[in-house]
Design a protein around this ligand. Structure first.
Ligand SMILES: Nc1ncnc2c1ncn2[C@@H]1O[C@H](COP(=O)(O)OP(=O)(O)OP(=O)(O)O)[C@@H](O)[C@H]1O
Ligand SMILES: [Mg+2]
Length: 211
């Protein structure tokens, strides 16, 4: 997938968006005005517009495959924030991450243990902050016990229900928002849709990772 094509003007952006291929992340060093917004760009940090990837996931295998594709682009210090309602596929995506990272042990829901460290060539710390999210939003020190900083030093950290909790850890992070399309009455039965939003300069220098 092409992660990080920088576009400089609207014509270039339109041309790139017209290319076939589901996965395209364009960023433009400019200001968000109506034209850029119309093309689906958002301003994540001042002066940096990003157009996220939206990927349709017809089944569980597709969710894991997206995780594996993202996982193949990860390196130590990367934070992946997994969001979406209950049962959206966050753990399934983390399973794909784990497979790509080559970690030991089955990646299963860490809802009750909160965090599970998987050893491997690129270790994965898999966190489920569901039970913390209310309390930790008011008291960030509740996250300290999970040693997320150490997890980032050693490898990759993936946090389910992490939105609003872990952003302070690093500006360089990848958000994956999962949802069920039928919730949106777009007529598509089953499956999921993932929206991948990269934050920070780190993702502007990731080389294309072909699936
Ligand atoms: N693309 C998909 N299409 C259909 N079903 C899927 C898809 N991806 C995952 N699932 C299924 O959705 C269910 C929930 O998946 P998963 O446990 O990964 O969700 P979750 O977001 O981690 O849930 P929780 O909020 O409880 O942590 C599983 O039965 C899984 O097989
Ligand atoms: Mg889960």
């Amino acid at each position: 997938m092409s992660w990080s094509r920088v576009v400089h003007d609207l014509d270039e952006a339109r041309a790139a968006l017209a290319e076939p291929g589901e996965a395209l992340d364009l960023r433009a060093p400019t200001r968000l005005d109506g034209d850029w917004a119309d093309l689906g760009f958002v301003e994540l940090v001042a002066g940096e517009l990003v157009r996220s990837l939206e990927v349709r996931l017809p089944d569980l295998a597709a969710t894991r495959a997206l995780g594996a594709r993202l996982g193949a682009a990860l390196r130590p210090g990367d934070l992946v924030v997994l969001t979406g309602p209950l049962g959206a596929g966050k753990t399934s995506l983390a399973q794909g991450l784990g497979a790509a990272l080559g970690v030991c042990g089955a990646v299963t829901s860490p809802t009750f243990v909160l965090a599970r460290a998987h050893r491997g060539p690129l270790p994965l710390l898999h966190v489920d902050a569901y039970r913390l999210r209310g309390a930790a939003a008011g008291d960030p020190t509740l996250l300290d016990d999970l040693d997320l900083d150490e997890g980032l030093e050693q490898g990759v950290v993936a946090v389910e229900w992490g939105e609003g909790l872990v952003e302070a850890l690093t500006h360089e992070r990848l958000h994956v928002e999962l949802r069920r399309p039928e919730d949106e009455t777009d007529g598509t039965p089953g499956g999921r849709v993932a929206r991948v939003v990269p934050y920070g300069q780190r993702w502007s220098v990731v080389p294309a990772a072909e699936s």
